[in-house]
Write a protein of this length. Structure first.
Length: 130
């Protein structure tokens, strides 16, 4: 698969380098396909790449502040793989900048939320009931 052509294409794509057992760590997966919005995790198709916003934990019974971030799903219509070195050679060589980032929850509140998830979700092995 040639990334030069893909970078000029208007179709959404994802590059994945998985570091999991059984996968070659020096390969990059390329997924190309449409991106759609879903309301619930249960609505996800079987073969997809999902960008899951924090607010989806409401499906497990937790209270969340919904910032409106959508549950986005790339459904691959094309797949490919290429060596990591080749992918890096084909990607643009400019710096990536992130601006305007931040957190909407303070450290103490975040610690309380994590503690609740550990106690109620992970500690019990199931979601709390509403």
């Amino acid at each position: 698969m040639n990334l030069h052509g893909l970078l000029k294409d208007s179709r959404p794509f994802a590059l994945l380098r998985r570091r999991t057992p059984g996968r070659d760590h020096d390969r990059v997966e390329v997924l190309v396909g449409p991106v759609g919005v879903r309301e619930r995790l249960a609505d996800l198709p079987g073969d997809c790449l999902a960008l899951v916003p924090f607010r989806q934990i409401r499906e497990r019974g937790f209270d969340v502040r919904d910032d409106g971030t959508p549950l986005l799903v790339l459904t691959p219509e094309e797949r490919g793989e290429l060596p990591l070195a080749q992918a890096l050679e084909q990607l643009p060589a400019h710096d990536v900048r992130v601006e305007g980032g931040g957190f909407d929850v303070g450290d103490e509140e975040y610690a309380r939320i994590v503690g609740r998830v550990l106690d109620e979700e992970i500690g019990r092995g199931r979601a709390p009931t509403s």
